[in-house]
Design a protein around this ligand. Structure first.
Ligand SMILES: [Zn+2]
Length: 136
C-alpha cells in the first residue's frame, strides 16, 4: 500500500544567488530534511499539502527559472522529482543548478513531519513542524 500519512505535507525552501556567483560546492547543498525543518518558519517559501501540489510547485519553479543549456542539475531535478516525492517521501526533492542568467538556483521540498531519524551514530528525535507549536 502506498500513500502519504494523513497530515503529511511539504515545506518549500530556496534561494537564487547573484549573477555570476556559483559556489564551488553548490552540489553539496544540504538535502537532509531535518536541517531545513529546523530553520525559521519565515524561510518557508510555500507549504504544499500533498505530493501533487509539491510537484506542481517545483515544476512551476523550474519553468520560471530555466537551467543553463545542458545543466545537469536542472535535468536531474526534473527527472527525479516525481521519484523523490512519491517514492521516498521522508527525504527531500531538490533542484540545484545554474540558470540561464548564470545564477545558482536552489529549490528544495522537505517532507514534514519527519519520522524518527536514525542516523548513525546519532539517534535524534524527529524535527517538529516549523509551522507548529514553537519550541520552548
Ligand atoms: Zn510542517
Amino acid at each position: 500500500m502506498t500513500g502519504t500519512p494523513v497530515d503529511a505535507h511539504w515545506h518549500a525552501y530556496g534561494y537564487t544567488g547573484p549573477r555570476g556567483y556559483f559556489p564551488h560546492h553548490e552540489r553539496d547543498a544540504p538535502t537532509d530534511p531535518a536541517s531545513w525543518l529546523g530553520r525559521p518558519a519565515s524561510e518557508i517559501m510555500a507549504t504544499l499539502s500533498g505530493p501533487e501540489d509539491a510537484e506542481a510547485w517545483m515544476r512551476q519553479q523550474l519553468a520560471a527559472l530555466p537551467g543553463a543549456e545542458g545543466e545537469p542539475g536542472y535535468l536531474s531535478a526534473s527527472l527525479y522529482l516525481r521519484e523523490n516525492l512519491y517514492a521516498a517521501q521522508s527525504t527531500t526533492a531538490w533542484a540545484s543548478y545554474r540558470d540561464r542568467h548564470d545564477r545558482h538556483v536552489l529549490r528544495l521540498l522537505a517532507a514534514c513531519p519527519q519520522p524518527s531519524v536514525r542516523r548513525y551514530p546519532w539517534e535524534k528525535p524527529p524535527p517538529s513542524c516549523p509551522l507548529g507549536e514553537p519550541s520552548p
